[in-house]
Every structure is written in C-alpha cells, then in structure tokens.
Ligand binder design. Structure first.
Ligand code: FEO
Length: 175
C-alpha cells in the first residue's frame, strides 16, 4: 500500500464529502429551477457533476495507491431555501468546508512524506481556489442584485462573468 492508513481513512471520508457536495449542488439547482432561474440551475447542476468527478478522482487515487476503498454513507442534503441568497451562501459555506478538508488531507500527505498523494491532492487545492472564488462572487452578486434583481445575476452568468472572476477557468462554458 502506497498510502498511510490515516491518509487512506481521510481519503475514504473525502469521497463521501465530495458525493455529499454533489447532492447538495443538485438540491440547490432544483431550487433555482423551480424559481425559473434556469441559468443558475444549469450552473449548479454542472457543479454537482464536478463534485461527483472529484469523488471519482479520489476513488482512483485510493485504488492506484493500493489502498482500501470504503465509500461512506452520505447524509441527505438540505432541500428548499428561503431565498436565493441562502442557496448561494450554502454553496460558499460548503466550498470553504471542503477547502479545509482538502488542506487537512494535504497536511497528512506532507507529514507522511507521501509525494504521490501530495502531488495528486495539489490538483484539489487549485480546484478549491477556483470554486471558492466563483461561489464568493455569486454571493456578492446576489447580495447586490437582491431577490427582485436575480435576472441580472442570470445575465452575469450567461455572459461568462464567473470565468472572469476566477481567472478564466470557470463560467458556464467550463462549468
Ligand atoms: Fe470538490 Fe467543490 O469541492
């Protein structure tokens, strides 16, 4: 086995965290779909697929490291929101939590002098920078626009505003 038992356990847990994040994004997307804010819905459905992809990357890392894969149970996501702001704020809170989780995994890989895992986790560290920036930008946009101005947030997204905010890697096209 190329990874420590401790890191193996952390990676298994993270598979669950990423799947949970995926389900939470789907729940946020459905909120916006029901509110007829379809560009926001599309954005969050795409985020949901990204999180699933993150889980699969971790699965591959565990298997490639000859680790012991145990996919944990995933709690139910929060469904339904009082406002657009509450929904986008939850996305930001969730990304900040995942960033802390990824940092803890990276700390463990460094403590283990495990360069294989450290290198693989570097991708997640960079991905979190992009996702936190996008989520934070959306919170600011929704705060500025207010509930009655959500049309403008939709136009911002349609116009690729997030791609500019996160340095050209995000936005609807790159999802
Ligand atoms: Fe996979 Fe957005 O954390």
């Amino acid at each position: 086995m190329l990874i420590s038992k401790k890191l193996n356990t952390g990676l298994n847990d993270q598979v669950g965290h990423e799947l949970f994040a995926s389900h939470q994004y789907v729940a946020i997307a459905t909120y916006f779909e029901q509110a007829a804010l379809l560009t926001l819905a599309k954005h969050y459905y795409a985020q949901g697929l990204e999180e699933r992809d993150h889980a699969m990357r971790l699965v591959k890392l565990i298997l490639d490291s000859d680790g012991d894969l145990k996919i944990p149970a995933v709690p139910a996501p929060k469904m339904g929101f009082k406002s657009s702001l509450e929904a986008v704020q939850l996305a930001l809170t969730s990304e900040l939590r995942v960033t802390a989780q990824i940092n803890a995994l990276q700390d463990q890989a460094i403590a283990d002098k495990d360069h294989l895992s450290r290198n693989a986790l570097e991708w997640f560290v960079n991905e979190q920078r992009e996702e936190v920036t996008s989520a934070s930008t959306l919170v600011q946009m929704v705060k500025r626009a207010g509930e009655s101005g959500m049309f403008f947030v939709e136009q911002f997204l349609k116009g690729g505003g997030l791609a500019e905010a996160d340095g050209g890697e995000g936005g609807e096209g790159a999802a």
